[in-house]
Design a protein around this ligand. Sequence first.
Ligand code: NAI
Length: 650
Amino acid sequence: MSYEHLKLSTDEHGIAWVGIDVAGASVNTLGTPVLAELAALLDAFDAAPPKGVVFHSLKDSGFIAGANIQEFESIARDGDVAAATRLIHAGYDLYERLSGVRYPTLALIRGFCMGGGLELAMACRYRVAVDDPGTRMGLPEVMLGILPAWGGVKRLPQLIGAPAAFDLMLTGKTVDAKKAKRLGLADEAVPARIMGNTARAILQANPPPHRLPWSQNLLTNGVLRGYVAAQARRQVAKRVRAEHYPAPFAIIDLWQKYHGDVHRPTVGESCSMPTLLGHSTARNLIRVFGLRERLKAQAKGIDFRAKHVHVIGAGVMGGDIAAWCALRGIRVTLQDLDAARVAPAIKRAADLYKKRLRDERRIRDAMDRLQPDVAGAGARKADVIIEAIVENLAVKQRVFTELESNARPDALLATNTSSIPLEQIASGLKDPGRLVGIHFFNPVAQMMLVEVISGAQTHAEVARNATAFVDQIDKLPLACKSAPGFWVNRILAPYLTETMRCLDEGIAPETLDEAALAFGMPMGPVELADVVGLDVCAAVGQVVGGKEALANAPKRLAAKLEAKELGKKTGRGFYTWVDGKPQKSAAGAVPPGLSERLIAPMLAEANKALAEGVVENDALGDAGAIFGCGFAPFTGGPFNYQRAQGNSAA
Ligand code: NAI
């Protein structure tokens, strides 16, 4: 039998090595044709059982990225329940069969092992994870509004215990090789050079498969199951509402009622996968997944790679931008007026690396890549120079005039300005087309979106290279035209201004926040304003709203600024902040129409800015709103939302 997506070889010990190499794709994903080949392979093994089987990937990009989303996307779009059921059962039944074979099976995992890929690995008797920085394992289905339907809900709790399994399945979080081993998800975490031998040795020894320790068994299979499920439900309910995000609740139900067996819920039951797929949330979240890919696709085919980044300004933004670039493997020099101003940024970087890298050697390497450079010597050698100094036109102009003569002629010159038109900053340059905006959001480490701003003169190639750079550091680039507030701040400003007007009318902050949460925003606007800083909000409001905004400045906001109560950073804004948390009273009932009142100005501004060409099209605008402002993801973004509401302007 010949296979299109699998490459089979048998070694001298009689072990079959199944190399997964999905044809015509750079990444392995599992769709109907691959599942059919795996089924044929199991038939062949039934006829002539091997001594053992190793599933591994022949792609550099990783093991398996998951099920083929496009297949689910078309099912979700067409609402084809029969097709959904067929695909779900095909994967589930195949993995059931794999888990029951007599010969020992092992998944050798290097790189991404997600969703349907991890479910395949869990159906094997053993798992060996390669301890590479790129190895990540997880079940991210919940982020698409669906559930791990190919046995994930059944098997993950049996491997790592229900509480840890929920922690992964209900958030979409991933783990690295070492954590996978600690949890019991991987039997071994080993360096790449011994991965093959380890896999072979395990299959030859054929030890009893991993079992849960008794305490975990009690929580997962014993009398405490109901308690664990209730606890998980409570945790989820704190974060999301079932009417917006039914999937996490469905995962808990499928586990508690049916032990993860997707055959058992009846169609229409809330924990049935076809029901989830028929929900608008899955349709929209799957679309959002596509939008994320679309943002990344803007960088495809551009071969610009930065090896050295120079950042000028080690404040809130510059310091964190420098730390992030070094975390992503780039050499970084960081300049400010004196060493004392760089020191806090280096300290914050150390904290970030400790949290993200955990491994001593990798932390040290990242710290080594980040070098203080008060003299600014790095500017002469860097491939990318990012300016993040005070928001002052004259100072920025001076910095770039100097840079133009000192920097390499092919270096990317970028500003992180949030409000000064690029054309003004570039006005002193011999070639103003060299300047591009690379606009990060605060906090840099958490915000995925980065706007790439083209001024009227920015060379197209410079903007393209900036886009590739943003992708290189694993952020999502959004191309924007240089216009006040760019995209994200432009649409956020009217929403926050409307919020401030409501406050002036005497509506309680808690009620306003509740109104936005009810719409599906991840955080209420009053809390958001406090987090961003009321001074920053006022500045953005003026940039976007101009003189008119200044004349009609909301009164309570003005009073807060006057009293220097600027929000979270000063411990007091519209809320009092204790241990990083706003102290809120119970929200009153949300008056009818309040959510819509808050959101409407944002939608109107999005329509206006799109018409002005600030972003290229509505899909990118939706993506920017979701990844930059947290616009309720289950709605699919402001334009998708308006379309669903029947607003033809969108
Ligand atoms: P910041 O005040 O925290 O940091 C500015 C740093 O630049 C200071 O450490 C200062 O010593 C240094 N500096 C000033 N002149 C310099 C010069 N000539 N050479 C070297 N260093 C110099 O300011 P922040 O908040 O980091 O803002 C920086 C830029 O980023 C601004 O253009 C701002 O509009 C933009 N931005 C700020 C965001 C925020 O939330 N704070 C978000 C996005 C962009």
